[in-house]
Ligand binder design. Structure first.
Ligand SMILES: *Cc1c(COP(=O)(O)O)cnc(C)c1O
Length: 391
């Protein structure tokens, strides 16, 4: 599949047909598998072959199809599907860390990622140093020999800072650390993270991979060695596996993801451009705009600005008035969906953070995150323009 385009891989990679020769991927809605003999059961517990399964917490044929398809898309040797994006973030870190380890992370993170790094890991004796992810000098100072891992969102949620995967990976590798990238905002469509130096890539499949708001899921991608020797034993015994039904939705989601993400990205760019300079707006933040501080990096790293942008209407009251005036764009907290979604991070996804931390991260009271969906761009622009009159 290596030489085929992403679109071809998205449709065909990883397929396992049953004896019926079905066209559409089958859902193996089963927790367990039957062994012909006691000896066969024993043999499978010693070593399960490619097409041999034991228990859905360990693996399932439908889940394998999803794992192999996303691995083929991302250019990864292997993948492990998880119950949610957070199970993937948590699993990628906890499976490899132990007390006494040191990791370095960017500060601008999704609220739940921050919880794992700030609270959970430190409680178990892992030291975490936080840096401003866009400042290479800070990475340089924090990444010391012996560092176990570095962790960052390649494009941060919700302030859309872009982090230089290659530069940070070079620093981490020189110090002997492994690089774990939460790549949700980049999407598998615009990602080349592994080629750029990341060792492990993590997605919340809840976002663009499903893209239709139906299921929670996640995936950890990396070398066969890392996925099967480090991640799998941890995940299969701690219960973070993806359900076969979810795997089926997501393997079908991958077939259309490229088309959806391209259309959503085009629309996001058009909307961000149209809103630039609007008198009610303090800022339009979108990596695809030339005035974004890491615009050149975003173009080199992803080739596009992605499906999400943010605007700042100045204060919370204006933000709420604007959100309440939207008629097409819904107020919710998912992203990457076919439906356009507006989120007020300061009062929802990042509510938990103390005020000084919100300020440090640029999560201002007037910040509204817009995940652009598949509606007509003109309709979305009209909706935003009308709602902005209320700001
Ligand atoms: C949504 C999200 C997650 C968590 O994913 P879930 O599927 O909701 O558990 C992790 N990281 C980022 C950057 C996200 O946007």
């Amino acid at each position: 599949m290596k030489n085929l385009s992403k679109r071809t891989r998205a449709v065909h990679a990883g397929i396992r047909r049953s004896q019926y020769g079905e066209v559409s991927e089958a859902i193996f809605l089963t927790q367990g598998f039957v062994y012909e003999t006691a000896e066969a059961a024993e043999a499978r517990f010693i070593k399960a072959g490619e097409d041999e399964f034991i228990y859905a917490r360990y693996g399932n044929p439908t889940t394998s199809m999803f794992e192999q398809r996303i691995a083929a898309l991302e250019g990864a040797e292997d993948a492990f599907a998880t119950a949610s994006g957070m199970a993937a973030v948590n699993g990628s870190l906890i499976s490899m860390l132990k007390a006494g380890d040191h990791i370095v992370s960017s500060r601008a993170l999704f609220g739940s990622c921050l919880y794992i790094l700030e609270e959970v890991l430190q409680r178990y004796g892992v030291t975490v140093t936080f840096v401003d992810g866009t400042d290479l000098e800070q990475w340089k100072a924090a990444i010391q020999p012996g560092v176990k891992a570095v962790f960052f969102e390649s494009v941060s949620n919700p302030t859309l800072e872009v982090i230089d995967i290659r530069a940070v990976s070079d620093l981490a590798h020189a110090a002997g650390g492994i690089v774990i990238v939460d790549n949700v905002f980049a999407t598998p469509v615009w990602s080349d993270a592994l080629a750029q130096g990341a060792d492990v890539v993590v997605y919340s499949a809840t976002k663009h991979i499903d893209g239709q708001g139906r299921a929670l899921g996640g995936v950890i991608l990396g070398t066969k060695e890392f996925i099967r020797k480090t991640v799998e034993p941890f995940m299969k015994h701690t219960g973070g596996a993806m359900s076969p039904f979810t795997s089926w939705m997501l393997v079908k989601g991958l077939e259309t993801m490229e088309l959806r993400v391209r259309a959503q990205t085009e629309s996001a760019l058009a909307l961000a451009k149209a809103l630039q300079g609007h008198p009610k707006l303090y800022r339009v933040i979108y990596p695809g705009l030339a005035d974004h501080p890491q615009h050149a990096l975003a173009m080199a790293q992803m080739g596009a600005g992605g499906t999400v942008f943010a605007i700042d209407v100045g204060n919370r009251e204006s933000a709420f008035r604007m959100l309440n005036a939207l008629e097409i764009i819904i107020i919710s907290n998912n992203l990457g969906d076919a439906k356009s979604i507006a989120t007020h991070p300061a009062s929802t996804t990042h509510q938990r953070l103390p005020q000084p931390q919100k300020e440090a991260l640029g999560i201002t009271p007037g910040l509204v995150r817009l995940s652009v969906g598949l509606e007509g761009t003109e309709d979305l622009l009209d909706d935003l323009m009308t709602a902005l009159e209320q700001a």
